[in-house]
Each structure stands twice: as C-alpha cells, then as structure tokens.
Design a protein around this ligand. Structure first.
Ligand code: NAD
Ligand code: IPM
Ligand code: MN
Length: 370
C-alpha cells in the first residue's frame, strides 16, 4: 500500500500544542487500522516570518503541493501585522490549491456544554458548506489618498457563476449523503409528502447585495431543481444568526459565502460547545491539489504556551482528514473517542469548565480509542 504523505503546519500560538495531540491520535488509529503514512513537517508561521521575513516561500509551497493532505494548527501572531500570515499562508493555500469548499460540521456531542437552554444534541447537528475561494477574500481592492482625510478604501466581493454553482452543488450532494443517515427530523409532514428527505438553506443577503447574491439565488434555484429529494430554503444571514440560537434544530445543510461562512461558523462553534470543538476541512473535491484540515479556531494568543488549549477540535479535524482519504471508519472511531471523552465529563480543558491540560485530554482521547 502506498504511503499517505501528510504535510503538517503546526503554525502559531496554540497551533503546535493541539497539533501534537491530533498527531498522537492519528498515530494510534493508523497503526490499529493499517494506514501507512509519512509526516512532512513545515516550519511556517509567525516565528519564521519574524526571524527571516519568509511567509510562504515558493519552495515550501511546492513541497506542500506534493503532499496528499495537509494538517494545519493555526496561524496568526501578535507580533505580526494582521493579515500577513493569514493571507500569506492560510488564504494563499486555500486559493492556490483550489480548496473551494470549507466544510464545517456543527454538531453537539452529548456531554459538551451547550449555551442554549433547552437545546441538546438532537437539536444541533448541521453542516456549513462555506465557499472558500471567492467573495471578499480574493483581496481585490485598494486605497486612494491613503492616510489623508479624503482616504478611500475599497474591498471587492468577487462571485463567479462557476464558483458559486460548484459550491451549491456540493451542498446538495452533502444533503443527499446525510439522507443515508435518515430523514431530517425537522421537515414537516407536508414536506415529507413532497418527497423531501433533507434540507439545504442558502444563507445570504439578497435584500442588500442585489448583484452578488442575486447570482447566488439564481444559481441556487437552478441547482435545487436537480435535487427533488432535497428541500431548498433561503434565509438572510442576520435572521440566520438569530435562528441558529433560537431554533438550531431548523438547520440541516447551510450553504453560504466565504465571509458569512466565516462569521456564522464561530457562532456554530459556540453552539457545539466552543472554539475548542469545531473542526474544518478546506477541500479540493477534484483532488487536483491537497486538501487541508484545521480547527476553526485561531492561534488563541491569550492562552498560548499554557498547555490548556482544547485539543478536541484538532482531533476532530484529523477525523475529517481520515474521511477525505477514504478512511471514514477510522474517522468515525476518532469521533467516537471524542464523544466518549465528552460524555465522561472529565478530563476537560478550562474552556469546557474543567481544570485539565491539553495533554491530559489528549491522553483520555487516546485511551478512548481502545
Ligand atoms: P481565536 O480562535 O484564536 O480565539 C478566540 C477565543 O477562543 C480566545 O478566547 C481563545 O482563547 C479561545 N480558543 C480558541 N481556540 C481554543 C482552544 N483550542 N481551546 C480553548 N480555547 C480556545 O481567535 P482570535 O483571538 O480572533 O484570533 C487569534 C489569531 O488567530 C489572529 O491572529 C487570527 O487572525 C488568527 N486566526 C487564525 C485562524 C486559522 O489559522 N485557521 C482562525 C482564526 C483566527
Ligand atoms: C477561519 C479564519 C480565517 C478566515 C482567517 C484567519 C483568515 O478566521 O478559518 O475561520 O477568515 O477564513
Ligand atoms: Mn474564522
């Protein structure tokens, strides 16, 4: 069997702390399930930039491209201007490697703290399909009269028919895959009678962004017509934020723009117990370049170096990586181990109300794999 080449970018702040635990879990599950892999470490991030001025040298990017998949901790450093590392590393890889889907499951495991009274694991189980290569993230724009009282700053949202459509189609396919697990509980009897099994909600702002989101809406309606078994729904992003809190059970699959997806998935992270529990995959579904898996959270400078970061988001990102490489049974067993740790109530890192360290939670996850 060929060796799976995994590029590893631990990055900044808590990134290396949680990545170490994610890799320990990978090691154990891979040994047990007969997955042969090779780790290729990358020293990319704030410290290197401060020392050498290198953000992402071309040679490093070429070596990353030669990997099958990439695991990333986090980038972002208090000693580096905002955007240098985020755009120069994270966004550059997402764009250059055509990782046009950012898949962000929002699922509350039993035992994880939910901030919404009266809601539980049955209510919080959705997935956000975030467009990952367009919108405000393309870096189109500039200043005129910079630094003067007449300054103008423009930042343009780019939305292409092809880019929007492939993302929407991915969301409908994701809904069909979820149908294999059973129907979406929140569908009404009338919807079920129409043959709907699952639901995709487009989250946008068609009432204000009457060009860009008109394109999204038209593409959405056209793609939806090809999926008579999936109920199409629409919600403005502001109302979506409200409903994610009041009625999270209403959501199944959400498809949305890059910017809105960024924002609503931090809200989604909190619904599932916090930033320390939210995983993501930057996917190149065509596999023309590596996909990249990372926790939704950042480098968390406020807790970095203390050994108390929650490693579960990084572990769950490893599980998503396993799914991507065709090892979803291994991925499921990693998710089960995380579920067992959460159900046990301890150990827990401080973000979940506990007093345990990153390493202690990691050890418990490893033990739960048995
Ligand atoms: P953040 O996600 O790093 O932190 C937000 C809050 O969540 C903090 O209070 C932090 O302590 C907490 N938190 C995050 N991860 C945690 C974990 N694993 N365990 C326990 N608590 C955790 O967001 P921020 O503070 O806005 O950003 C910090 C830096 O990270 C910035 O430079 C930002 O640009 C960058 N960032 C990078 C990524 C990424 O690499 N994918 C994502 C988001 C932000
Ligand atoms: C995320 C992060 C990134 C984003 C930043 C660090 C560029 O917030 O992955 O959610 O906005 O996509
Ligand atoms: Mn974000």
């Amino acid at each position: 069997m060929s060796l799976l080449k995994i590029g590893v970018i631990p990055g900044d702040g808590v990134g290396p702390e949680v990545t170490e635990v994610g890799l320990a879990v990978l090691e154990k599950v891979a040994k047990r399930d007969g997955l042969a892999y090779e780790l290729i470490p990358f020293d990319i991030g704030g410290e290197r930039y401060i020392k050498t001025g290198d953000v992402l040298p071309q040679s490093e990017q070429d070596r990353l491209r030669a990997c099958d998949v990439i695991l990333l901790g986090a980038v972002g450093h208090p000693g580096v201007a905002p955007g240098v590392l985020e755009k120069g590393i994270l966004l550059k890889l997402r764009f250059d490697f055509h990782q046009y889907i950012n898949l962000r499951p929002v699922r509350l495991f039993p035992g994880a703290p939910c901030p919404i009274t009266g809601k539980g694991p049955d209510d919080i189980d959705m997935v956000v399909v975030r467009e990952n290569n367009e919108d405000l993230y393309v870096g189109a724009g500039g200043f005129t009269y910079k630094g003067t009282s007449e300054e103008v700053a423009i930042q343009t949202s780019m939305n292409t028919r092809a880019g929007v459509e492939r993302c929407i189609r991915y969301a409908f396919e994701a809904a069909r895959k979820r149908a294999e697990r059973g129907d979406f509980g929140s569908l009404s009897a009338a919807d079920k009678a129409k043959g709907y099994k699952r639901q995709v909600t487009l989250v946008a702002k068609t009432n204000v962004l009457t060009f860009a989101h008109d394109l999204w809406m038209r593409a959405f309606n056209e793609v939806a017509a090809e999926y008579p078994d999936v109920k199409p729904a629409y919600m403005h992003v502001d109302a979506c934020c409200m409903r994610m809190v009041t009625n999270p059970e209403w959501f199944d699959v959400i498809v949305t723009t890059n910017m809105f997806g960024d924002i609503i998935t931090d809200l989604g992270a909190v619904l599932q117990g916090g930033m320390g529990l939210a995983a993501s995959g930057n996917l190149n579904p065509d596999k023309t370049a590596p996909s990249m898996f990372e926790p939704v959270h950042g480098s968390a400078p406020d807790i970095a170096g203390k050994g108390i970061a929650n490693p579960l988001a990084a572990i769950l990102s490893v599980a998503m990586m396993l799914d991507h490489v065709g090892r979803s049974e291994s991925g499921d067993s990693v998710r089960k181990a995380v579920a067992a740790v959460l159900a046990a109530g301890s150990p827990r890192t401080p973000d979940l109300g506990g007093k345990s360290s990153t390493a202690e939670v990691g050890k418990a996850a490893l033990a739960a794999l048995d």
